[in-house]
Write a protein that binds this ligand. Structure first.
Ligand code: CDP
Length: 791
């Protein structure tokens, strides 16, 4: 029998539990300028490192003369690839089973590649000394896109790899080709689309950096570094540098954003570690902005083509997708190793489609390596963009209303768990309801009338819808691993004598507010006020082993581990309560923050009293202390849903388009902190708007990176950013202990297609089917003038 909570149950919102829009505790230090970032780490005797980067995109290294650099007073060490090679560190493995040069030995393969490093008394000396290094390059033909890369006479970029005969780094396929062929044979209408999702960069405010400190006396290596996944780095350092893992401490202090940029292991980290070992001094490396933009992990850069088989009543019968993805010079994607093109095959998960087939081909080019999950769960941004552009094209080809077409093909609320056409199992959702909330909010019918009216006066109005569900929270460990390390996560909760607590997890916040929200989960489970719980992450000497934070996996995995650890603590507290109340455990009931006797609800003890008893009055035979660990291996990914609707107006004279309104409906299951969720969505939408409207990195024919600074690579400011109108639907996740799904990336993933679909809707009737992102005014203008697509 379940006893109704008595009035003594704590008000969960008051103690900052689940559902409380608790102010972010970390902001106390951030807004006061008291954050502690890697560049704030200053150690006695610390040296500074600068990296010399290649000015050219593809060239054989004829010679490197560092003698002038060595002569400069204050220079302590100059490292080249040749010297790294003597330690077997000239090359390192990537997270995708490829290799990457740490410092170039044979060739440089992209502009900005690391060629040499100088370690000096201060960063200015190191920078000057880099300029004194003379490198002779013999230039080679440059490849900057898949077409050039796949040409039969293309120069071989990866001639370092035994057996590599062309520039293909992988081919991969998934889905049922035969069934998909049959679906297309039966189709009334086949819709086709092709597009490029351009290369962009996560560009966190803080660039990458490290402070390596090797102590020869103890053999201990401590590295403060900008990493979203400290434990993976510890494992990588142990394996690559062959140092004992227990003597490696990776500390990821405050991070000024990550967005995927801080997942890979970069050459700079490795070089600073070797430099510290060689100099026996701490060595700091802080990347400058250009170094960050031209050399660290980019996102996207995929060419997508696809077809949709349709019945004339509007039902989707099947989908074909092909992608040629540009991975730069080294295949350095950060993703579960088994999935060569990330989770691109999560496309079409919210639609009830019988069959699909995806082929993927990755190629090497003379561009920086990467393929990081830029604020997305391993290429799902590309997947959802393709999906929603394809869906709009199909609705147009059928002459159907785009909202109606989606509604007709959505997975129904009672059809969960649902097997997607590529084999994922989605967990729950109310897709039609979310769409309806969005349509009502934007007054869909009203806008269509306004648009028709405006058209009479030559005005170009458009409405774009983008709906998506994405897989967040890798693992489970059966399917998801990185280089064989299974993807799960962890929490350790220690309740002190006075009822205060410390919580540590294997995740690593970069601004998402974990210090605030994790305490709320414990408050929800135990009734300990959130303000009494200190949350710590990022130090491998103290945090339990975890896979870090990216792909919005923290709430689905570490968040679940926290709830499970708190439940273990509660189970022990119950034993203590029974002892204090002098009843058997079966007679003890729980209400938030308090155990009481079932037959006498007035007789109870608080969780704090139990904590005190754990150290001062435990029953005979019960282990002292009140703490627990949990490692959580999720049974499935969580599948949040988003519906994003934009209305736009294009100025036909200039191609400039303005967002009139933007409505977002997000269903991320139970919201731990609604205010933080809204902040995540607003930030995500801003990044989506950036990609749709202005943000891309291009290269000229010589492989020079255009977009190497914030004059060329545009980040939207508050001035350009539209206002966001947010709505919510809550469908609890059936397999997550607190019903939460991830949310950090949903808006970035689903947002871009809403803008592009809106602009394309405005251009409908003008002979335009696709303009590739970013929708710069000149591109839109050209499309209008030429009445054709622009890529
Ligand atoms: O992995 P990452 O932290 O980037 O993403 P997330 O797990 O989606 O969480 C982002 C932030 O939103 C965290 O502070 C979460 O605790 C919070 N959140 C929430 O309050 N409720 C949810 N249902 C999901 C996330």
């Amino acid at each position: 029998t379940v006893t109704e909570p008595t009035s003594r149950a704590l008000d969960e919102i008051k103690i900052g539990g689940m559902g409380a829009s608790r102010r972010r505790v970390e902001d106390n230090r951030f807004i006061r300028g008291k954050g502690h970032y890697v560049d704030d780490v200053v150690l006695p005797g610390m040296l500074h490192m600068e990296i010399l980067r290649s000015p050219v995109a593809h060239a054989r290294i004829v010679s490197i003369d560092a003698s002038a650099a060595w002569e400069i007073p204050g220079v302590r060490l100059v490292l080249t690839g040749e010297m790294m090679a003597t330690r077997n560190l000239a090359w390192m493995p990537t997270l995708s089973y490829d290799t990457q040069a740490v410092l170039a030995t044979d060739k440089v393969r992209f502009q900005g590649q690391e060629v040499a490093a100088v370690i000096a008394d201060d960063p200015y000396i190191a920078k000057d000394a880099c300029e004194a290094i003379v490198v002779e390059y013999e230039q080679l033909p440059v490849i900057v896109n898949p077409t050039q890369s796949l040409a039969p006479d293309a120069p071989l970029i990866r001639d370092d790899k035994v057996g590599q005969v062309d520039n293909v780094c992988f081919t991969w396929q998934v889905g049922d080709q035969d069934a998909t062929d049959r679906a297309f044979a039966e189709a009334d209408v086949v819709s086709r689309i092709e597009m490029h999702y351009p290369r962009s960069h996560p560009s966190p405010l803080e660039t990458c950096g490290s402070v390596a400190d090797f102590d020869r006396a103890t053999g201990k290596l401590t590295v403060y570094m900008t990493t979203q996944a400290p434990h993976i780095v510890r494992a990588a350092v142990a394996l690559i540098a062959e140092l004992p893992e227990h003597l490696i401490r990776i500390v990821s202090p405050d991070l000024g954003g990550g967005f995927g940029n801080k997942v890979p292991v970069y050459p700079g980290y490795v070089i600073s570690i070797l430099a510290s070992i060689l100099t026996e001094r701490p060595v700091k490396w802080i990347e400058d902005r250009t170094g960050n933009l031209i050399s660290t992990g980019f996102g996207r850069d995929v060419y997508l083509t696809g077809e949709m088989a349709l019945r004339k009543d509007g039902r989707i019968l099947g989908v074909r997708m092909h992608t040629d993805s540009d991975h730069g010079a080294f295949f350095g994607d950060a993703q579960p190793s088994k999935f060569k093109i990330g989770l691109l095959h999560s496309a079409f998960a919210c639609y009830d489609i019988p069959t699909a087939h995806l082929t993927a081909r990755g190629v090497y080019t003379n561009k920086a390596p990467g393929g990081v999950a830029y604020r997305c769960s391993f290429r799902v941004t590309e997947a959802m963009f393709f999906q929603e552009r394809m869906v709009q094209a199909a609705a147009d080809d059928l002459g159907m209303d785009q909202a109606e077409f989606r509604r007709l093909n959505f997975v129904r609320d009672d059809d969960f768990p649902h097997r997607t056409p590529f084999g994922f199992l989605t967990d729950s959702g109310q897709y039609a309801k979310c769409l309806q909330v969005g349509l009502d909010a934007i007054d869909y019918e009203g806008f269509l009338r306004e648009k028709a009216e405006a058209a009479k006066n030559g005005r170009l109005l458009g409405i774009g819808i983008s709906c998506m569900t994405e897989p967040l929270g890798a693992g489970n460990s059966r399917e998801y691993d990185i280089l064989g390390i299974k993807m799960f996560d962890s929490a350790e909760l220690r309740v002190h004598m006075t009822g205060k607590a410390i919580l540590r997890t294997g995740a690593k916040t970069q601004g998402q507010g974990h210090e605030t929200t994790w305490a709320q989960i414990v408050a929800h489970e135990l009734g300990i006020p959130a303000e009494d719980i200190l949350v710590e992450e990022g130090d491998t000497d103290t945090a339990p082993f975890g896979m870090g934070t990216y792909a919005s996996r923290s709430t689905p995995v570490a968040g679940a581990a926290i709830a499970m650890a708190a439940r273990k603590v509660k189970a022990k507290a119950r034993q203590l309560a029974a002892h204090l109340l002098e009843v058997s455990e079966e007679d003890v009931e729980w209400e938030l923050g308090r155990f009481y006797v079932r037959s006498a609800p007035d007789r109870g003890v608080s969780i704090q009293e139990c904590a005190m008893a754990a150290y001062s009055n435990m029953p005979d035979g019960l282990e002292p202390g009140l703490e627990a660990n949990a490692y959580y291996d999720p049974p499935n990914l969580t599948w949040p849903f988003g519906c994003y609707i934009a209305t736009v107006e294009i100025d036909p004279a200039t191609g400039v388009w303005d967002v009139l309104r933007f409505v977002a409906v997000d269903d991320c299951g139970v919201r731990i902190n609604p205010m933080i969720v809204e902040g995540q969505i607003m930030g995500g939408l801003t990044e989506a708007y950036a990609m749709a409207s202005m943000q891309f990195i291009t290269f000229d024919a010589d492989g020079n990176c255009i977009g190497s600074n914030f004059m060329d690579y545009l980040l939207p400011t508050a001035w350009e950013t539209p206002g966001w109108e947010l709505h919510e639907v809550v469908t609890p996740c059936p397999h997550h202990p607190i019903g939460a799904k991830g949310v950090g990336e949903c808006a970035t993933v689903g947002g871009p297609a809403a803008f592009v679909n809106a602009v394309m809707d405005a251009l409908k009737g003008h002979g335009v089917r696709n303009v590739d992102m970013p929708l710069l005014p000149d591109r839109v203008h050209e499309a209008l003038q030429t009445r054709g697509d622009v890529s």
